[in-house]
Ligand binder design. Structure first.
Ligand code: BT5
Length: 253
């Protein structure tokens, strides 16, 4: 079993609530009204309106999972490199989950964490920008931990409990997550982008495997090759390398 790194500033200031609409919405409000220290965490046992991307929803039963938001102030990062926040967060979550399961985790670009073909974690990052700087970043993380039944409408949910058969201690997993995120965040701060990117690419879901994609109005089969320095997905389509940003491409079954 790998050693779990300990956090020094992430989670030092922890706000815990029984119920919130969404930890991201709450934290967004918090940063607009006050100046919380870097590493402040907002955790809740239940979200009444958990958010996914583009208006989608995140569903999580009361008291069974991790739903939290973390405030980071990555002023060292250029706006064009903000996708690195998605990269380090998904790596940290993937590493965290692997402390508790036997299976391997994969990262579905840009930042879903998968086990096999199933989604065990979703990440929603909201960056507040001013001029050419990132003022702060709200890192929202939902990890399915002890939930073993999901709404039938969810396409492919997975949880640590479904993989191990056991309930896990949420506080312990939360601490592990803070340590793992702080570790890779400090690597980013130390400009270790190459190492981070290598680790990320090694974990890419469906790397090197023929995969179907929807690209605007065309359906294509392609092979994921890498992530380019702008954070785009590079795919081999009929022998040609093409790069796509998040809004331009969707995975198909
Ligand atoms: C995400 O969006 O996956 C980002 C989810 C972020 C949730 C955290 S919880 C703490 C913080 N506060 C918030 O309000 N949000 C963040 P997206 O890639 O758009 O995926 C959303 C889709 O995932 C939904 O449309 C469902 O299909 C599916 N989904 C919803 N809940 C799920 C769950 N618990 N497990 C697996 N899939 C789920």
């Amino acid at each position: 079993m790998n050693i779990k790194p300990k956090a020094t500033f992430i989670g030092k200031h922890l706000l815990e609530y029984e119920t919130l609409e969404s930890t991201n919405t709450f934290t967004q409000d918090l940063v607009s009204k006050s100046n919380p220290s870097e590493g402040t965490v907002v955790f809740t046992h239940y979200q009444t309106a958990g958010k996914g991307q583009y208006g989608r929803k995140w569903e999580s039963n009361e008291g069974q999972n991790i739903t939290l938001s973390i405030v980071l102030t990555p002023s060292f990062l250029q706006i064009r490199d903000q996708f690195y926040l998605n990269i380090i967060t998904s790596l940290a979550v993937a590493n965290t989950i692997e402390h508790y399961i036997k299976d391997q985790t994969k990262i579905k670009w840009p930042n879903d964490v998968y086990v096999g073909d199933k989604k065990i974690c979703g990440i929603l990052i909201q960056n507040n920008l001013s001029g050419n700087k990132i003022v702060n970043s709200i890192i929202g993380i939902g990890i399915n931990v002890n939930q073993d039944r999901f709404h039938p409408d969810l396409p492919n949910p997975m949880s640590i409990k479904l993989l191990t058969g056991c309930d896990q201690n949420l506080v312990e997993i939360r601490e592990t997550l803070f340590g793992e995120l702080e570790k890779v965040y400090m690597q980013l701060k130390a400009e270790k982008q190459d190492e981070i990117m290598q680790e990320y690419q090694e974990r890419l879901y469906r790397l090197g495997v023929p995969t179907n994609f929807q690209i605007e109005d065309r359906k294509v089969e392609g092979i994921i090759k890498s992530i380019n320095p702008s954070g785009q997905l590079v795919i081999d389509i009929n022998g040609q390398l093409e790069s796509f940003s998040k809004t331009e491409i969707q995975y198909l079954k």
